[in-house]
Design a protein around this ligand. Structure first.
Ligand code: XMP
Length: 326
């Protein structure tokens, strides 16, 4: 079980039956590993940590303590969904921390992308550490490590970042999906009863909207980005693109242009649409979004979102452009 190598004989989990077998097996293993001790989990709301949470809740119920840190850089409705699904529906032991002000204060005036990422990552460790110290009797740390993380690195997810906890906070790791590929994690998530909107979620970077609110983040521009992104997601759902396109989002640069609204001069930011397809995120191609869909999105964003007066489409494949702008 502790081996980090996927056995040749392991079947690809692609049916409910195989998922149920995996779940039963893991529930037994988790119970055996953890006993009556407590387990801590950083629950971002992404696919991997959500599936790990659901597995652990099934195995050990309230012995699992989930910590959800809202860094204020989540997409619209995301933290609310984590609370609804895990606290209200699954009756989980969930600590919700709204750290929006803490993050945005730290990020104020910081425009350099690497610096922004560093601040976001470090602040997460600090908050997680503070919470871990408040709790008593935690001996285990659960992580949503999946097989590609092991193949690509030392198995510690950069965006979970709990690998950076101080030496005196030593936990034994619980990593029930570490031998699974992403598609298998989704099948297991579905079998555990997680909502499709959570299981089929597109990839979302750890630093969240922070790397899409380009340059120095301000609250008004971040809000505009969040609203525009919600409209894009809604329209991709309606047009059926959501199930087809690998990743799609809005980026908002720190630059205004002149426009006209209600007969008056209106200076606003541009919302840039990015919609890409890829297999492994190493290279990516551009989705050819139909013009009627683009017109509708443009119309909605420019009329519904305060502060935005133009909508642009990013046509750059990777390479040369990376998927994210920062
Ligand atoms: P790039 O921009 O390098 O992105 O082409 C490739 C994929 O990785 C995602 N991404 C991240 N994921 N933490 C993450 O967990 C990060 O810091 C991060 N940065 C980029 C990006 O969204 C794309 O899917």
């Amino acid at each position: 079980m502790n081996s980090n190598v996927r056995p040749e004989s392991m079947l690809r989990i692609n049916t409910k039956e195989l998922a149920d077998n995996f779940i039963n097996e893991q529930v037994a293993l988790i119970k055996k590993q953890v006993g009556d001790k407590k387990v801590l989990l950083a629950l971002s709301g992404g696919v991997d940590s959500s599936v790990v949470a659901a597995l652990l809740i099934k195995a050990i119920g309230k012995q699992l303590v989930c910590v959800h840190v809202n860094h204020g850089l989540m997409r619209k409705g995301e933290s609310e969904q984590v609370i609804e699904v895990f606290r209200n529906q699954m009756n989980a032991n969930l600590i919700y921390i709204d750290a929006t002000d803490r993050y945005l204060d730290k990020l104020k005036g910081v425009s350099e992308p690497e610096k922004k990422r560093k601040i976001i990552g470090e602040e997460f460790i600090r908050i997680f550490e503070e919470e871990a110290r408040k709790l008593e009797g935690i001996e285990f740390l659960a992580q949503g490590t999946i097989y590609p993380d092991i193949l690509e690195s030392d198995g510690v997810k950069a965006h979970h970042n709990v690998g950076g906890l101080p030496e005196d906070l030593k936990f034994e790791l619980v990593e029930p999906v570490k031998l699974l590929f992403k598609d298998e994690v989704r099948v297991v998530g579905r079998a555990l009863g997680l909502p499709a909107s959570m299981v089929d979620r597109q990839p979302f970077p750890g630093p969240g909207l922070g790397v899409r609110c380009l340059g120095a983040i301000t609250r008004d521009r971040l809000n505009a980005l969040r609203e525009a992104d919600a409209i894009l997601r809604e329209e991709f759902e309606i047009s059926g693109l959501a199930g087809k396109v690998w990743q799609y989002f809005i980026a908002v640069p720190d630059m205004k242009s002149v426009g006209v609204k209600d007969g008056k001069r209106y200076e606003g930011w541009a919302a840039i649409i990015r919609a890409v397809n890829t297999v492994d995120a190493m290279s990516a191609t551009i989705e050819e979004v139909p013009y009627p869909v683009l017109h509708k999105i443009t119309n909605r964003i420019t009329t519904e979102v305060e502060g935005i007066n133009r909508v642009l489409l990013d046509l750059t494949p990777k390479p040369v452009g990376t998927i994210e702008w920062e």
